[in-house]
Write a protein that binds this ligand. Structure first.
Ligand code: ACO
Length: 395
């Protein structure tokens, strides 16, 4: 009898050199480096080099990669036309990103070339242009023209520049770069696994990445940070309206949500049974960012709400070990950087594009079709008869 591992929990289907998630210990290793070591120090381009080439790049090699990324940022006219149409129809940003990425295959110079070299060139184009798509679409939705990329800026700085049309401060760029590095890769999460499944059929990199974006969009995966921050703002507003204390308001709010069967976004994880180490990295980055922010109190309120949520979750589900995940502090950090809530998940995709493309390269270098089994629970040997004349097939 085939055993069912619901949700594929704990099942290893491949080896990877890209990242290691230790759920019991609360450790994340990316390309050999602890996330705490790598994320706050490295440039995003250095992390991309590490993932794509499996080693730390020499300065001149990373500079060459940065130049390739900068040269690949412009969007083809067909992508811009699609984004304009999507904006006119008020399509959500993650859907616009998914559609926009799909159009990039139209201008692939060698669509039938499945070599690692051609895939690396595609990876560069996808990472570079994903940021341009998100920024251009955000501006189109606001009724503004897209801002052309600035080839003199690094990936993180250029993303912010294309969003706002002005140069960001070094502190804000560092905060974003820390975020991009922190979430660039994370084992066989749902979106990465999706990309690898598609790639394992020897389909193309665009299809794999488009599938991954679709998986990331779901609220149980990459769609959580917007609602997580909205919850904090709601609790703040309720506390202000009732003249009450933030902590007691947070406790009743969370109890109400649990009583309604709702999940608390930014908490819980399939693999981590302790606090997500990425939450710590982003918490420290947020603390630095908010040190001089106008709304410094938001940082303290988020921490206060986190403590209450953890207490209420432990009371409500004592047999579950539900801890803070990366999305709770993602929301705080990206808000402090100046991004609006609708840009949280697309910015996650901008970062994870590095990991997805590295996984596609890794899968295709050592491929075996991923094809799990299912346990059939329907009837066998049912007798077939065609519908009689006049019999309705559907209710
Ligand atoms: N709020 C309330 N209850 C929760 C939460 C939560 N955030 N997380 C888990 N639980 C409960 C479930 O209700 C369930 O309880 P029950 O058995 O009494 O019904 C139990 O814990 C186990 O839930 P599962 O869904 O089986 O656990 P799983 O490991 O599949 O969950 C998941 C992981 C989907 C991330 C879950 O914790 C969740 O929904 N969290 C909120 C969404 C979120 O923050 N997603 C981002 C994750 S990080 C990332 O993807 C980048």
């Amino acid at each position: 009898m085939t055993r069912i591992e619901s949700g594929l929990e704990g099942i290893a289907v491949a080896e990877t050199r890209l990242s290691d998630v230790d759920g019991e210990g609360g450790h994340l290793t990316i390309g050999g480096f602890a996330v705490e070591e790598l994320a706050p120090k490295a440039r995003f381009e250095e992390v991309l080099y590490l993932l794509w080439h499996g080693e730390v790049g020499a300065e001149r090699d990373v500079d060459a990669l940065s130049a390739c990324l900068a040269a690949a940022r412009e969007l083809p006219e067909c992508t811009l036309a699609l984004l304009r149409t999507a904006a006119a129809h008020e399509v959500p940003a993650m859907d616009a990103l998914r559609m926009g990425l799909d159009t990039l295959s139209v201008v692939d110079p060698a669509p039938t070339d499945a070599s690692q070299g051609a895939d690396l060139a595609r990876a560069i184009g996808l990472v570079a242009r994903a940021a341009t798509i998100v920024a251009a679409y955000a501006r189109l939705r606001r009724g503004l023209d897209p801002v052309a990329p600035d080839p003199t800026l690094g990936h993180a700085a250029n993303y912010l520049y294309m969003l706002e049309g002005c140069l960001p401060s070094p502190g804000v760029v560092r905060a974003l770069e820390t975020y991009l590095n922190t979430v660039v890769d994370h084992g066989f999460n749902a979106s990465t696994f999706t990309a690898r499944v598609i790639s394992s059929t020897r389909s193309d990199m665009y299809s794999a990445i488009v599938g991954a974006v679709g998986a990331l969009k779901g609220p149980l995966h990459g769609g959580a940070p917007g609602p997580a921050l909205d919850m904090v703002f709601e609790i703040r507003a309720q506390a202000a309206a009732n003249g009450g204390d933030l902590r007691s308001e947070a406790a009743s709010h969370v109890r109400r949500m649990l009583a309604n069967g709702e999940r608390i976004m930014g908490f819980g994880h399939r693999v981590y049974r302790v606090r997500d180490p990425r939450a710590d990295v982003l918490d420290r980055a947020a603390s630095r960012l908010y040190a001089h922010a106008a709304d410094r109190a938001l940082y303290d309120d988020v921490r206060a709400v986190e403590a209450v949520v953890l207490r209420v979750l432990a009371e409500a589900k004592p047999d579950r070990r539900i801890a803070t995940n990366v999305e709770f502090y993602t929301a705080l950090l990206l808000h402090g950087i100046g991004l609006t809530t609708d840009l949280f998940s697309p910015t996650f995709a901008v970062a994870r594009m590095g990991g997805w493309t590295a996984h596609v390269l890794e899968q295709s270098a050592n491929n075996r079709l991923i094809r799990p089994a299912a346990v059939y629970v329907g009837p066998h040997h049912a007798g077939w008869r065609p519908p009689r004349a006049g019999e309705r097939l559907c209710a």
